[in-house]
Design a protein around this ligand. Structure first.
Ligand code: NI
Length: 234
């Protein structure tokens, strides 16, 4: 057997040192991970758990005059909303659609010409949805998944045929039939609760004013305004 030289002992010693160092590093790392986990657990109760969510939805736009001031107001207040636009209006105002998308709003389909689905026009209705999807996608680069059927008329089979999901509403202040923005705002504020979907139209000055009044009041009450997909699928 070969006699061990002092140089060999040196080598073994170095190896042991290296091993000890690795173990120490590993232990330190575990300790840190443990503290990290503990801190996260401690931090959780501080996260807001009592935020009530609500969704503002705007149909029929974009409007050449009223939609942009609405977007300004929503931006100032940190509010995300959902816009169900018609294809024909989107095609005329691609800049407004782009702005909605850039500012984090959700854009949905409201048919091309605001057509109501009936027993006799299913194919035309479907074509209008496809055409509108194409207009929006061309501008935003994003697939359109949500549709608000005008007058609420819908055929469930279209969901699988088009891979689209219909979004109705839970609060309708009939904003199109009154020219008093405070009345519209009060109609919503009186009824609203957590996870409500509010139906409005960015096609009237009074609706835009009312929407911002609603935001100001409900934010004071602790509501957070989110896009409609967050209410339905989160
Ligand atoms: Ni409509």
């Amino acid at each position: 057997m070969k006699k061990l030289l002092p140089a060999d002992f040196n080598f073994v010693l170095k190896l042991l040192y290296a091993l000890a160092f690795c173990l120490a590093a590993l232990a330190l790392n575990r300790q840190l991970a443990f503290y990290n986990d503990a801190l996260l657990t401690l931090a959780q109760p501080l996260a807001p758990t009592d935020i009530k969510r609500v969704a503002l939805t705007f149909d029929d736009g974009p409007h050449p005059v009223y939609t942009e001031p609405l977007l300004d107001g929503l931006k100032e207040r940190g509010v995300k909303a959902t816009f169900f636009v018609t294809g024909q209006n989107a095609a005329i105002h691609p800049d407004i659609i782009r702005r909605m998308h850039d500012e984090g709003h959700l854009i949905g389909n409201h048919t091309y010409t605001h057509i109501e689905l009936t027993k006799s026009n299913r194919e035309t209705f479907k074509q209008e949805l496809v055409k509108t999807n194409n207009v929006i996608q061309e501008i935003t680069g994003e697939e359109v998944l949500y549709v608000r059927p005008p007058y609420g008329a819908w055929d469930k089979k279209l969901e699988t045929e088009l891979n689209m999901f219909p979004i109705l509403w839970s609060i309708d202040p009939l904003d199109w039939c009154t020219s008093n923005s405070s009345c519209i705002a009060q109609a919503v504020i009186k009824k609203v609760g957590e996870n409500d979907i509010i139906l409005m139209h960015d096609y009237y000055k009074t609706s835009v004013e009312a929407a911002l009044m609603i935001v100001d009041e409900l934010q004071k009450q602790g509501y957070e305004f989110v896009t409609v997909d967050k209410i339905l699928f989160d």
